[in-house]
Design a protein around this ligand. Structure first.
Ligand code: HEC
Length: 87
């Protein structure tokens, strides 16, 4: 009984920590960038809630930069790659 509980618990913990695991492998480290740069003001749920085109993401991220997000140009590109790869 205890073992089952442990398995369920560690599964839950993993699910929480991987957060955005539903969007494929993180080859470019883009998820890490998102965790580091985008979660200061809101959770990743806000980010992964909706699908957008590349153009829409450009606009959203530019707006986040105006809000105060600190993002280098190459980091922005990597995030957009990840976010538009969802489908
Ligand atoms: C300095 C604070 C801040 C940071 C850092 C930040 N955001 Fe936001 N974000 C906001 C605020 C405020 C809103 C709500 C107002 C708005 O939509 O402009 C928001 C809303 C959003 C939305 C919902 C917009 C919509 O129209 O549905 C998305 C998606 C988003 N942010 C993505 C990101 C991403 C990706 C990053 C990392 C590059 C990021 N945010 C970093 C402040 C921030």
């Amino acid at each position: 009984m205890k073992r089952i509980l442990m398995v369920v618990l560690s599964g839950l913990i993993l699910a929480v920590f991987s957060g955005c695991s539903s969007i494929g492998p993180d080859k470019t480290g883009a998820k890490k960038i998102i965790r580091r740069r985008c979660t200061g003001c809101h959770s990743t749920r806000r980010i992964f809630k909706k699908r957008r085109t590349r153009d829409e993401w450009e606009k959203v991220i530019d707006r986040m930069i105006r809000h105060g997000a600190e993002l280098k140009p190459d980091e922005k590109q990597r995030i957009i790659e990840l976010l538009t790869r969802q489908d």
